[in-house]
Design a protein around this ligand. Structure first.
Ligand code: NOJ
Length: 399
């Protein structure tokens, strides 16, 4: 391992970014499975998404915040249930909305990175069987074809499916995401449908928007075997990561997303280790996960696909802890780069404090605070610090 990252400089052209997702910021996304889930009294959710950050209306404020941050890209998602509210029924108004957003970003020198599926699925898709139904792969590809055709001229890159492994595992095995199932066989099936959906989505984007890069964004974890947990770890990783890593061959990039580690014993997941801080998300403060996951993605795929950190960040009310976390994570990126891992960029999750799914609004991932009553946006110290890093293209000291 090469530890010499003392000058802290990132390569020329390193792509800095920040990210959000439609359901977490737009507000009023009532036509998808998550909204239904949030309003199911039996579902394990903290609170409904409601107006979120009202970004459907306040998107110009978001664009200004992104542009002032100086980043090269803003990763956001388009909401399938707005663009195709019923099967084959396309909303010109919704597409026009996202076009305005892309054009405003371009006008400020920011590349739009567009995620086509970020956790939420239209109600009509779910009514026809959702992700358990192999036909959903083609339903999704049709949506991708449409969006790529409509927006391909203003989008810089497309992410097909955000963290399909999390959607499948938390929704069909752990029961904390819709549809709240706990069935290992179904989870395996949903994994397969997602793999197929990704491959079809890549083809659809390439056909409709030739030359626009497209890839998958995967949730990765720094899995660590403890006292004989190697076999169990390999099994977990096979279904959580490998099945999807193997599906990225030929893609233009692989989006790596990671937040923490997981210690695995012979019987499965062990809790946090004594002495390691535990965050609002229930997992350990573990910034080293980024370097570990980048190396793992690179090794597993044999360096076939360039890597892009499409998400990394921390949910905390302690902004100094956020800065320390990102600093440490970025030093890991530098070490990986020095060892030849092809990492093209780093995207901080998230621009805004927003709707953190089952946890509601409590975890604060944003570089910018959002007042829950007025939706007023207030940049944090971490925003100013990250802007410095981006401007210098190197790891600057914490303020
Ligand atoms: C992964 C998801 O893509 C995003 O929606 C979520 O808010 C962050 N990680 C933080 O948990």
């Amino acid at each position: 391992m090469n530890d010499d990252v003392t000058d802290g400089a990132f390569p020329d052209g390193f792509l800095w970014g920040t990210a959000t997702a439609a359901h977490q910021i737009e507000g009023g996304n009532w036509n998808n499975d998550w909204w239904a889930w949030e309003h199911d009294p039996d579902a394990p959710t903290a609170e409904p998404s409601g107006d979120a950050c009202d970004s459907w209306n306040r998107w110009e404020e978001d664009v200004a915040l992104v542009a002032d941050l100086g980043v090269g890209t803003y990763r956001f998602s388009v909401e399938w249930s707005r663009i195709e509210p019923e099967e084959g029924e396309w909303s010109r108004a919704a597409v026009a909305h996202y076009r305005r957003l892309c054009e405003a970003l371009r006008a400020r020198g920011v590349e739009p990175t567009v995620t086509l599926h970020h956790f939420t699925t239209p109600r009509w898709v779910v009514a026809r069987g959702g992700w358990e139904d192999p036909a959903t792969a083609e339903r999704f590809a049709a949506f991708c074809r449409r969006v790529a055709g409509e927006l391909g001229d203003v989008v810089a890159r497309f992410c097909t499916i955000n963290e399909p492994n999390i959607v499948a595992t938390v929704g069909w095995l752990l029961g904390f995401f819709p549809p709240g199932r706990t069935d290992a066989a179904l989870r395996a099936k949903v994994n397969e449908v997602f793999v197929d959906a990704h491959r079809r989505a890549v083809e659809a984007v390439r056909a409709a928007a030739p030359g626009v890069p497209v890839g998958l964004t995967l949730s990765m974890t720094d899995y660590q075997a403890v006292e004989g947990g190697e076999q169990r770890l390999a099994e977990m990783r096979a279904e959580m990561e490998d099945v999807f890593l193997d599906a990225t061959e030929g893609d233009d990039f692989l989006g790596v997303q990671t937040y923490s580690r997981m210690r695995i014993g012979p019987d499965g997941v062990l809790g946090p280790e004594e002495g390691v801080p535990v965050l609002d998300m229930g997992y350990e403060y573990w910034p080293a996960s980024l370097e570990a996951c980048l190396r793992r993605a690179w090794d597993h795929t044999g360096g076939r696909v360039p890597l892009l950190v499409t998400e990394n960040g921390i949910g905390t009310t302690d902004d100094d802890q956020r800065i320390a976390y990102v600093r440490e994570a970025l030093s890991g990126v530098l070490r990986a780069l020095a060892d030849g891992v092809d990492v093209r960029g780093y995207t901080y999750w998230s621009l805004l404090d927003n709707f953190e799914w089952g946890y509601g609004y409590r975890p604060r991932f944003g570089l910018v605070a959002v007042d829950r009553e007025t939706f007023a946006r207030t940049p944090k110290r971490s925003y100013a610090w990250f802007r410095e890093v981006v401007r210098a293209n190197r790891l600057v000291a914490a303020p």
